[in-house]
Design a protein around this ligand. Structure first.
Ligand code: FBP
Length: 547
């Protein structure tokens, strides 16, 4: 395989570990824990894994450890640093005993069920250290939730003599990891299950999990290109750039990028919902900023849009809910309708309120809303071109204002969607270190016989040597939520908090950023150089952790 010069140099990078993990490690147990809500219900569902104590690893004397076989799964969307979680896990179990083995299940949780795996040897691991992507074993979105899947998985686990399984995933995958840990514990199968917090979306975080891995690198990658666009638009001064950013429901990525680049506009879905804004309110807000800048002679700017926005606009949410229901029941008939008549078909069948909203949408967006749902029955928000929807509607409003003499600028729009570009970027130093530490910590949780825990590394705004490594019982992060019409135990999703420091910082500055051209150009991620350039955590983490 031909490698770039950076890849070759980067392979030699030794990720930093917390001081406590550098030598022999012992587990210090804290107080028993409780779930964040619905304690009785969660306790009843997880009798074997509920209430376990928090774990912190400290330096100490560790006994000799027998060789163990461990399995690892990458679950869901890619996030920079996944390969380092695996190399940290590999180095950890090898340090415990050089005869330990690591097996990777291929293409996500489906690999466990289908018995599709490969042994990850030192040669393979060395090829992937500090690289982006999940291609070492691939990833997938199969949900591990049925008893027959757990039993199929157990067959191969037994065959390979696997003692512990590490599931690297987001909130849903870690919820499933916890259900699996409980199942194997209840059956006395002697298989431990450990989770690792992954997702570029940044929505798997809480008191004990400061950030999910990949968020740092993905945001820095997007912020680099948004910065470049800002410099371009400040040079040509003729375009408004509408930039949609990945992140599923939560607006963490858009907010973090806004804090890094100081755009003219950033929409935060959670605020739109809290203020019960309509689509027209959002369009009016954007158009007003554009008109105000035009009055100052500035016919250019940037608008950041979180990809989940549409679902947070109350009226759109109602429309999508009815569409989901309608398509679930009439999907076959709908598929038979000629493409050119599908729009009319939907308009005819929806309730009056939703039909009117649907009819008012630009054709392309209306079509995207009626496309196939994902395996969980959700609209695939990354396929909806919200950036075009907003810019078209803004253009219409500005044209009307022009007629009324309220606007006399020129409006030219460019559209971008940044998502996949950042998910497999080579991990920043932060993610390389954080991920390696998470993987290494997972090996220590395994060595200490733990199951149903998520690997946790805290104090992450301090230098890596001062990070605190340990484990958090996954049940501690759970509450009951309605999913597909049933109450289910799930890890609470972290949306942007409007009273949190990152949003407050943005809200305090946005008026100035709208009017002035206060762009910041973060430039590309740096791997070699001064620590303040190479190791800086996200603005979100810095603001959240500032005591
Ligand atoms: P995870 O939640 O699995 O980490 O995935 C994150 C994400 O990148 C979202 O931001 C995005 O909406 C989605 O995956 C896209 O999914 P797909 O890769 O299936 O197109």
């Amino acid at each position: 395989m031909t490698k770039s010069a950076l890849q070759i140099a980067r392979a030699a990078y030794q990720p930093k570990l917390p001081q406590a993990l550098k030598g022999a490690v012992v587990a210090k147990e804290g107080e028993p824990t409780q779930s964040v809500a619905d304690q009785e219900a969660i306790k009843a569902l997880f009798p074997n894994t509920y209430g376990m104590p928090l774990i912190q690893f400290v330096e100490g004397e560790a006994p000799a450890f027998p060789a163990i076989n461990v399995g690892v799964i990458l679950s869901g969307g890619q996030a920079p640093g996944g390969h380092n979680v695996i190399s940290g896990l590999f180095d950890g179990i090898k340090k415990l005993n050089a005869d330990s083995k690591l097996y990777g299940f291929i293409l996500g949780p489906g690999g466990l069920v289908d018995h599709n795996y490969k042994e990850l040897t030192a040669e393979i691991i060395d090829e992937y250290r500090n690289t982006g992507g999940f291609d070492i074993i691939g990833s997938g979105r199969t949900k591990l939730e049925k008893e027959e899947q757990f039993e199929k998985g157990y067959e191969i686990i037994k065959e390979l003599g696997i003692k512990a399984l590490v599931i690297i995933g987001g909130d849903d995958s870690n919820t499933n990891a916890c259900v699996l840990a409980e199942y194997y514990a209840a059956k006395n199968y002697g298989v431990q299950v450990i989770g690792c917090p992954k997702t570029i979306d940044g929505d798997l975080k809480n008191e004990m999990i400061e950030t999910s891995f990949g968020f740092d690198t993905a945001c820095k990658t997007y912020a680099e290109v948004i910065g470049n666009i800002q410099r371009d638009c400040n040079s040509a001064r003729k375009y408004w750039h509408f930039i949609k950013l990945m992140g599923r429901s939560a607006s963490h990525i858009a907010l973090e990028c806004a804090l890094q680049v100081q755009p003219n506009i950033c929409i935060v879905s959670e605020e739109v919902e809290a203020k019960e804004m309509s689509l027209d309110d959002v369009v009016t807000y954007i158009a007003q900023v554009i008109a105000d800048r035009a009055a100052d002679g500035n016919n250019f700017g940037t608008v950041l849009i979180p990809e989940g926005l549409i679902e947070f606009i109350p009226a759109m949410k109602r429309l999508i809910a009815e569409l989901n229901d309608f398509l679930a029941h009439n999907g076959e008939e709908f598929a038979m309708v000629k493409k050119s008549q599908q729009r009319e078909y939907i308009i005819k069948h929806l309730s009056a309120e939703n039909s009117a909203i649907y009819a008012s949408l630009p054709e392309g967006v209306a079509r995207q809303l009626s496309l196939d749902r994902d395996p969980h029955g959700n609209v695939q928000v990354s396929l909806i071109e919200t950036e075009k929807l907003l810019s078209e509607m803004v253009a219409t409003k500005l044209a009307a204002w022009k007629e009324e003499g309220k606007y006399n600028g020129k409006f030219g729009a460019q559209h971008h969607f940044f998502g996949y570009e950042g998910r497999c970027a080579a991990p920043s130093n932060f993610d390389a270190d954080y991920c390696y530490s998470l993987g290494y910590t997972a090996s220590m949780l395994i060595a200490n016989g733990k199951t149903g825990y998520m690997s946790s590394v805290r104090n992450t705004t301090a230098p890596a040597a001062e990070w605190i490594a340990g484990g958090v019982p996954i049940t501690m992060m759970m509450n009951m939520e309605r999913r597909h019409g049933e109450m289910k135990p799930v890890i609470q999703k972290a949306l942007v908090k409007l009273d949190g420091a990152p949003f407050k910082k943005f809200a305090a500055n946005r008026e100035a950023w709208a009017k002035e051209t206060a762009y910041v150009y973060p430039g590309p991620i740096q791997y070699f150089g001064p620590t303040e350039v190479c190791d800086e955590p996200t603005k979100t983490l810095q603001l959240e952790q500032a005591k």
